[in-house]
Design a protein around this ligand. Structure first.
Ligand code: FES
Length: 103
């Protein structure tokens, strides 16, 4: 699938990501060398993989753990997600996310 990514500096790029490997959006962003720290390695504990979903298909609801982390983030908005909690699926073609500036 193709995913469009807006970086904190406003630059917009597109990446292609596989959906048959069980990867999360965080893993794909990291693999493409975007500025995502993901300190906790995808455990929904650090929130350094925070993104805002700008466009694209409806995503699954955040889990309680994810929602709790997002609530504690001063910079989170109603479109915020932890990218480590988004498993890529074929339905996500055209997803557009903005990488949140550092909190
Ligand atoms: Fe830590 Fe997503 S990688 S919350």
């Amino acid at each position: 699938i193709r995913i469009a990514v807006k970086e904190p500096n406003g630059e917009r790029t597109e990446i292609t990501a596989p959906t048959d490997m069980g990867l999360s959006l965080m893993e794909v962003l990291k693999a493409n060398e975007y500025p995502i720290q993901a300190t906790c390695g995808g455990m929904a504990l650090c929130a350094t993989c925070h993104v805002e979903v700008l466009e694209g298909p409806e995503l699954n609801e955040p889990s309680d753990d994810e929602a709790y982390m997002l609530e504690s983030l001063p910079t989170s908005t109603s479109r915020s997600r932890l990218s480590c909690q988004i498993k890529l699926t074929p339905e996500m073609e055209g997803l557009t996310v903005r990488i949140a500036a550092e909190d």
